[in-house]
Design a protein around this ligand. Structure first.
Ligand SMILES: [Zn+2]
Length: 309
């Protein structure tokens, strides 16, 4: 029964399924130094950033509960005896938060934007607004953020200010970007990913225009030589974020043009309006899925996202 429940938790965040191994016992958790206090941990699911130092350990995201012991072992290899004191979640998706209860039940204080806590506590519908749908069940108390914030907060930890900034209506409605100011490293969650066309969870308050606005603001906020940890994929630079933002702007322009010409969603798919980005559509977000994301970003409930700024 427990296995079945775990399987459901993993299956329901739907679209990330293709990336998920069936057997967590075979997953290895790799830890690499990024800069200053910050390390990158990669196992299965979203990337984890760890600040390691005299104050202990702060994690950004938690991957999956069955990997908890391997994550602790990897941390212990660089910081013997240090405890995970804080966890910051970038967004509610299971491949970034499933390990919350593991760390929460061992004394870590979980921190997130208020909308994220609501989605974990109550469960959440997700998807493109079209054919891609997923349901995330309510999470146990130990998995829930204890501290929430609305727009921005800072944690003063391991000798530096760690800024946590909310970007509305981007990958979801509860996204945080975490910037380690002295180490000069940012974790962008799934606002920025490296598997090609990205996923915006329109049903959970996301939008492509919100992702563009977030990427543009983060590019301005960060020094040119900052290191950027994406939600998925290898370590990146601010220039990589700019190139990705250009792809989002260019694909959005194509969708706007098609919409202005009164094309339906089906016509946009049939006409393969994203053909120039075929090389980016080889990840787990295919061109038709991204066309839905663009279409429902422009026509759906979050269509005004980013306009108020
Ligand atoms: Zn995600």
């Amino acid at each position: 029964m427990r296995k079945l429940l775990l399987a459901l938790v993993f299956l329901l965040p739907g679209i990330v399924l293709a990336q998920q191994p069936q057997d967590f016992s075979k997953v290895q958790v790799k830890i690499t130094k990024v800069a200053g206090n910050v390390y990158l941990l990669q196992g299965a699911g979203g990337n984890i950033a760890a600040s390691v130092g005299d104050d202990g350990i702060l994690l950004v995201d938690t991957e999956y509960a069955p990997l908890g012991d391997k994550i602790l072992a990897a941390l212990d290899s660089v910081a013997p005896g240090k405890k995970v004191r804080y966890v910051v979640n970038t967004h509610y998706h299971g491949d970034h938060t499933n390990g919350n209860a593991f760390f929460g039940s061992r004394g870590a204080v979980i921190i997130a934007q208020a909308n994220l806590r609501k989605r974990l506590a109550e469960g959440s519908a997700g998807g493109t607004g079209g054919t891609v749908k997923m349901e995330s069940p309510p999470q146990p108390a130990a998995a829930l953020p204890v501290i929430t914030y609305e727009n921005e907060m800072s944690i003063h930890f391991n000798g530096e200010d760690v800024r946590i900034v909310h970007f509305p209506a981007a990958h979801t409605d509860g996204d945080s970007v975490v910037y380690f100011t002295k180490s000069n490293v940012a974790h962008m969650g799934d606002i920025f990913v490296r598997y090609g066309l990205p996923f915006s969870d329109i049903r959970a308050g996301g939008s492509i225009q919100g992702m563009i606005a977030a990427c543009e603001k983060v590019s301005e906020m960060l020094p040119a030589d900052a290191k950027v940890i994406p939600g998925h994929g290898d370590l990146a630079s601010v220039d990589d974020v700019r190139a990705y933002t250009k792809m989002l702007n260019d694909t959005m322009a194509v969708a706007r043009k098609a919409l202005a010409a009164h094309k339906t969603l089906e016509q946009m798919k049939q006409e393969n309006i994203l053909a120039p980005w075929a090389d980016k559509a080889k990840g787990f977000v295919k061109a038709d899925t991204f066309i839905e994301e663009l279409y429902y970003s422009l026509t759906g409930p979050n269509a005004q996202a980013g306009k108020a700024d």
